[in-house]
Design a protein around this ligand. Structure first.
Ligand code: BTN
Length: 251
């Protein structure tokens, strides 16, 4: 990647354990501006949600983390971070794949034709009870054309047979995230929950879920609420779970 093409504050690393972990250490030493981005060509220990790993071929994909000062964000608004990051990534994927089904899988995976194209890992840094920094780590599969068959993954190149400029995509991601944050900072009532819900994979459909204790069940996905909890109908009963209790699993 060419460094000087990017017009926003960033740090490029040829290789790093994890851009999220790097950024968390970095903010202990310097005070970054909102939207400061660390991106890398390769991660040796990329982190996923639920303690999973995130693997990506060298120089093929977006591996980036953006940091925002979120002192002003109330704790009950934290799910807003998941809404904006999912919607930002989804809109970019949709722009390049206008004729495909691009959906958000709760809480924040992006699927193209039910295959995962992007994952997002949000990590919040608190000082005592006070939220100070939010790190939005994005792994978006762009120019990689082979994935393990167990992964059910895809990429922009696999879906369109075109190569993409990673700098351009990174710039678009930065722009989208900055815009959402600026609007929310000025107006706390700015809410994207309806947009998020509209873009949800499996909305109103019967889906397979798994509880943390391993129990599997089927339920109809009704909506996600402002705290990020999922509302599921099971045998005419409405149940609410947060993402540490239940996972949406593949069909
Ligand atoms: C997931 O789907 O489980 C989330 C994956 C998030 C991966 C990205 S890649 C850039 C950033 N750095 C990390 O270590 N993880 C995130």
């Amino acid at each position: 990647m060419e460094l000087n093409i990017l017009k926003f504050p960033h740090k490029h690393l040829v290789e790093v354990e994890s851009t999220n972990a790097f950024l968390i250490d970095y903010i202990a030493k310097i005070t970054p501006v909102d939207g400061f981005c660390v991106f890398s060509d390769f991660q040796t220990a990329g982190k996923g949600q639920y303690g999973r790993t995130w693997d990506s071929e060298r120089s093929k994909n977006i591996l980036a983390s953006f940091v925002f000062n979120t002192t002003w964000l109330k704790e009950k608004e934290i799910f807003f971070l998941h809404q904006i990051s999912s919607l930002a990534v989804q809109s970019i994927v949709k722009k390049y794949l206008p004729f495909q089904s691009v959906k958000i899988k709760w809480p924040n995976d992006i699927l193209v034709n039910i295959k995962k194209i992007a994952g997002i890992l949000i990590q919040n840094v608190f000082r005592g009870q006070q939220l100070i920094w939010s790190i939005i780590g994005i792994g978006l599969n762009v120019n990689q054309n082979k994935f393990g068959s167990d992964l059910n993954a895809t990429s922009l190149i696999l879906e369109s047979e075109k190569n993409y400029d990673l700098n351009e995509i990174l710039t678009e991601l930065h722009k989208e995230l900055m815009t959402f944050f600026e609007v929310k900072k000025k107006n706390h009532d700015f809410d994207l929950l309806d947009d998020y819900n509209q873009e949800l994979f499996g909305l109103n459909e019967s889906l397979n879920f798994q509880k943390v204790d391993g129990e599997l069940f089927i339920g109809r996905l009704l909506a996600v609420d402002e705290l990020g909890q999922i509302k599921i109908e099971i045998d005419n009963q409405l149940l609410t779970y947060n993402w540490s209790e239940v996972r949406l699993i593949r069909h």
